[in-house]
Design a protein around this ligand. Structure first.
Ligand SMILES: Nc1ncnc2c1ncn2[C@@H]1O[C@H](COP(=O)(O)OP(=O)(O)OP(=O)(O)O)[C@@H](O)[C@H]1O
Ligand SMILES: [Mg+2]
Length: 266
């Protein structure tokens, strides 16, 4: 039996769709049979991130209403052997769905896939509950700033209320120069605010927007870019212990290099 991991946040635009699509692609690439589900009914865009927008015929409301089988709503993500996608309805509200059918939907997915990632809408509305009520684990995606963390804290409390013990934090769009300038908080302070374990830190990386726009969610995992962060997060989800990426601003790197040069000159 696989597990359902909800990717949630307090504030909008923190990177849930980015994390769901890239993490799904990396998990699939590492050999795990993975399904990514757009739980953001009405505002779906996981299909765009995956380059699947022109392939959608059915969405999960067709399974939940009983008019289609799971295989009809499941789409293979292009050439990716292990990765499948299920679209959100464009309009239907998830609050109209019968609980037993929703439960059957998630259970059927968990019985077929190792990882099921649900890209939730921001906050704690119907779309969030659609996945959260049945989730085994949660990933909270937050920016390293007070307002994003404060809203995330409310979602963490709601997830705990729903009985989900495994709730981990992903800090997205980390930028060491902005931490140095006190515009963003450092990772330790973010962890202190939320008091949940950290799953990963993703750097601000222009390549993310490019891959989202092209609908190609797999990025080269080299150096200290977002691609490496996604690989590290996938490895941690597999249970591996991978050290957190260290963030040093270019300003500071230049200073350290100068200092090194000074000592070498002597
Ligand atoms: N690490 C990153 N570096 C640079 N840009 C990023 C990063 N993560 C996300 N973005 C950009 O931020 C924007 C919002 O990301 P995304 O759509 O994943 O957020 P979301 O949480 O799913 O939003 P919503 O709450 O509206 O569903 C996108 O334009 C995306 O390309
Ligand atoms: Mg989104």
């Amino acid at each position: 039996m696989g597990k359902l991991i909800i990717v949630a946040s307090g504030k909008g635009g923190t990177g849930k769709t980015t994390v769901t699509s890239h993490l799904g692609a990396v998990l699939a690439e590492r050999g795990h049979l993975t399904a990514v589900v757009d739980a953001d009914a009405g505002f779906r865009n996981l299909d765009i991130a995956l380059g699947m927008e022109s392939s959608i015929v059915y969405d999960y409301s067709d399974f939940i209403s009983g008019s289609q089988e799971l295989d009809d709503v499941l789409l293979r993500c292009g050439e990716r052997e292990n990765m499948y996608f299920i679209a959100a309805p464009q309009s239907a509200s998830t609050s109209d769905f019968a609980d037993e059918r929703v439960e059957e939907f998630w259970n059927s997915l968990k019985s077929r896939f190792e990882f099921v990632l649900a890209d939730a809408p921001a906050g704690m509305g119907d779309g969030f509950l659609f996945a959260a009520k049945y989730a085994d684990e949660a990933i909270i995606v937050s920016l390293a700033e007070t307002s994003s963390l404060r809203d995330a804290d409310r979602v963490v409390a709601e997830l705990e209320e729903l009985g989900i013990d495994d709730v981990r934090l992903v800090i997205n769009r980390m930028d060491a120069a902005l931490v140095e300038d006190k515009i963003l908080m450092n990772a330790d302070d973010c962890i202190d605010v939320l008091s949940i374990p950290i799953l990963g830190i993703i750097p601000e990386d222009g390549a993310v927007t490019g891959s989202m726009t092209r609908g190609e969610p797999l990025m080269p995992a080299s150096g200290f870019g977002a691609g490496t962060a996604f690989v590290n997060i996938a490895a941690r989800l597999e249970g591996q212990s991978v050290p957190m990426m260290k963030f040093t601003s270019k300003k500071r790197k230049g200073f350290l290099q100068k200092l090194k040069g000074l000592f070498q000159d002597r």
